[in-house]
Design a protein around this ligand. Structure first.
Ligand code: COA
Length: 159
């Protein structure tokens, strides 16, 4: 997949809302989730007021179609704002999504490669993922390991 990857900016917040929606795992055969779901506080905290200190990530675009197709981002979610993948107050949480028609073509791998090559200063990263989401394999390939499990979701961490 011929894609261009660049750092996220403040202007990318609308696309991050779309990516947050796309990152929600829907098992095969299940109905699509309503789009307003990302406005629930427990989800909105991943994107709301993008550009806070420590916010960091990359956007992938299709070089030929000139369209944004995926994003990866880190945000420190602590205190009342703790996310699903909280492990400690120094570990930001990773979110990633690629538009459905572009999945399985290496875009997610390129986004993770960029982020991990330029994460400067961050000694650890965590994430939350459904236990039956195929993305678990992708995260394991990049050195994430399961640190806890609850119901059907896993918390993974990379040092
Ligand atoms: C997870 C995701 C970002 C990976 O990006 P991608 O461009 O599809 O990934 P790549 O092509 O670089 O790598 C392939 C790996 O991605 C994962 N993957 C591929 N298609 C996927 C899909 N439809 N859903 C979830 N994971 C998928 C698998 O781990 C796959 O590895 P495998 O071939 O060993 O099974 C992307 O598939 C996606 O947006 N999925 C839906 C949302 C999601 O699950 N986000 C993660 C929430 S924690």
């Amino acid at each position: 997949m011929n894609c261009i990857i660049r750092p996220l900016t403040l202007e990318d917040e609308p696309f991050l809302w779309e990516m947050l929606y796309q990152a929600l795992y829907v098992p095969k055969g299940c109905a699509a989730l309503p789009r307003e779901i990302v406005r629930l506080p427990e989800l909105a905290r991943y994107v709301k007021s993008w550009g806070r200190e420590g916010d960091f990530g990359f956007l992938a675009s299709d070089a030929i179609a000139d369209q944004s197709i995926g994003a990866i981002w880190l945000r420190l979610l602590i205190g009342e704002n703790q996310g699903y993948g909280y492990v400690d107050d120094n570990t930001p949480e990773l979110s990633i999504a690629v538009l459905p028609q572009y999945r399985g073509q290496g875009v997610g791998t390129q986004l993770l490669t960029h982020l991990l090559a330029s994460e400067g200063g961050r000694s650890s990263i965590s994430l939350s993922v459904s236990a039956n989401n195929p993305a678990v394999r992708l995260y394991e390939r990049f050195g994430f390991a399961i640190v806890s499990q609850s119901d059907e979701s896993l918390t993974m961490k990379r040092h």
